[in-house]
Design a protein. Sequence first.
Length: 100
Amino acid sequence: ATNLSPEEKKLLDKQTEERKRLIGLLDGDFLRALCAIRCLCLSDIEVGNKCLPTFSSTVISAVVSESDAFASVAKLKTDSFETLRTLASCVYEIDETHAA
């Protein structure tokens, strides 16, 4: 890294900052959001059922993602799957607009 030009060092610094920002989002904000979804769903089955259309596609995407970013945060896959399981446990009535 000592043989880098000033432009290369600047680019490397920028990439490092972006990497830190993304890890912060995934390892902090996204995990907290998953936890909040689980808490909502567990608070009342009707609340959880109403949350399904809002959160299910995002949670399913997280569960099936093969992204390197998702792979870099060990707890992310586990928490995503647990959130999907919690959402699924709230299904008792599916609105016709979402059933098609």
